[in-house]
Ligand binder design. Structure first.
Ligand SMILES: Cc1ncc(COP(=O)(O)O)c(C=O)c1O
Length: 423
């Protein structure tokens, strides 16, 4: 038969490029992958989790509730603890309205939150403003839903506000503002660049979005993705955008327990303005009518016993060492002309190569790196399909998350050899 029965979405959805990168890491023995966004294996909280599970399953009375279905919005205790922790991080009273557990839902990772939010907010052809570059899996969700992206240029402390304003103005002029619904910021130790958005920039961005709403005819939301917020190992924490949301109905905030606790557990959460929450809960009801109760109660107990906090503290020290090892290796092995960031949190170093060398999957450099048995994430994969500019093709994301320190050093040394060959 000639035709296939796939829906438009089924046909449109491209294969995520990361699938190929992950497969390469598995099928090539000896390959060092600085591409994967995995977290550090040896520090995964095996003992903490074992103790909590033993406690949870101690008796029928304690064991039955987590082994039963829960509610669509998520476990009440976990929501209360999460809301309180976020208020604390933001330096706000846990009684403040913005941090009411009734404004949030627990999801299967923050990835599910992003997906559900996309489903309730955007139609095909709608526009999202994204950091240039941004989190490539979210760009994949956009591609799959036929959502258009416009990249906002980046500076060391977040988006370039003048470029944000110019983009809003150009959308106004072209009559496309009614298609614009949100600005998506990975605002802490961003995936892929490691950038943290300054608080003043979030406040200014919110103001700008407000100013253009009257031409859009509906709210334009700031979607703050704080997935790496807890993995800060230097500098001060920055207040989240919820603290700047004057009317309490323009900021959507999402984060996750994946990175700071365990990526295999995949419990995430999001705070939303009321009309969005109602719609999101209905869609979540259709997706799975609730995140795995057992895992929610695991996280809830880790939080309430203090084990979570202790774990996060030690994790930060570990990533600080790994990041420092990667930066030192870059200094030692990467040839002149290559620039890289020195992260103060998260899992990534972002490197920029001299303009004459490309970094994409088909480039000479990528082939040379593969020959040296190392891979990185090509930077061009992290740029939205924005028709107003060419995708830069001279950058790469290097992850210090999953490799051991000797592995990281060797990976960068191999990259150095590949670069020297191509340069
Ligand atoms: C920026 C960002 N947001 C969200 C996620 C999703 O994480 P999870 O679904 O495990 O919470 C990731 C995962 O890598 C990420 O990098």
């Amino acid at each position: 038969m000639k035709g296939n029965a796939l829906s438009q979405l089924g046909r449109r959805t491209a294969e995520p490029p990361i699938t190929w990168l992950m497969r390469e890491a598995l099928v090539r023995p000896g390959l060092i992958s600085l591409a994967a966004g995995f977290t550090d294996n040896p520090s995964l909280p095996v003992e903490i989790t074992r103790d909590i599970m033993a406690e949870m399953l101690r008796s029928g009375k304690t064991g039955q509730p987590p082994l039963q279905y829960g509610t669509t919005a998520g476990d009440e205790t976990l929501r209360a603890l999460t809301a309180r922790r976020l208020a604390q991080l933001d330096g706000q009273s846990p009684k403040a309205k913005a941090y009411s557990p009734s404004r949030m839902m627990i999801t299967h990772g923050s990835q599910q939150f992003l997906y559900i939010l996309t489903e309730i907010l955007f139609d095909e052809g709608d526009i999202v403003l994204v950091e240039d570059p941004s989190y490539f899996v979210y760009l994949g969700i956009m591609q799959s839903h036929g959502i258009r992206g416009r990249g906002i240029r980046m500076e060391a402390d977040g988006i370039n506000l003048a470029h944000l304003e110019a983009t809003l103005e150009s959308l106004k002029k072209s009559g496309e503002l009614p298609r614009l619904k949100a600005l998506y910021l990975v605002s802490y130790h961003c995936n892929p660049t490691g950038t943290t958005t300054a608080a003043a920039k979030k406040a200014a961005a919110l103001k700008l979005l407000r100013r253009y709403e009257k031409f859009a005819g509906h709210p334009i939301y700031l979607l703050e993705d704080a997935a790496y917020r807890e993995l800060r190992f230097a500098g001060e924490d920055t207040p989240g955008a919820l603290t700047m949301d004057r009317t309490g109905d323009r900021v959507i905030y999402t984060s996750t327990y994946s990175k700071p606790y365990a990526t295999g557990v995949r419990v995430g959460f999001g705070f939303l303005p009321a009309p969005l929450l109602t719609a999101a809960l209905r869609v979540k009801g259709n997706h799975d009518f609730g995140t795995t109760n057992f895992l929610q109660q695991l996280i809830s107990r880790a939080l309430s016993t203090g084990a979570y906090e202790t774990h996060v503290q030690s994790l930060r020290k570990r990533y600080a060492k790994k990041a420092a090892a990667m930066v030192r290796a870059c200094r030692e092995h990467l040839p002149e002309g290559v620039e890289w960031t020195e992260p103060n949190g998260g899992l990534y170093v972002w490197a920029r190569i001299p303009a004459r060398v490309k970094t994409d999957l088909k480039s000479k450099l990528f082939a040379a790196a593969l020959k040296q048995k190392m891979i990185y994430v090509p930077g061009n994969l992290c740029y939205a399909d924005d028709p107003t500019r060419r995708k830069p093709n001279r950058e790469m994301r290097l992850s210090f998350g999953s490799g051991s320190i000797p592995n990281i050093k060797e990976g960068i040394a191999r990259l150095g050899k590949a670069l020297k060959k191509v340069l």
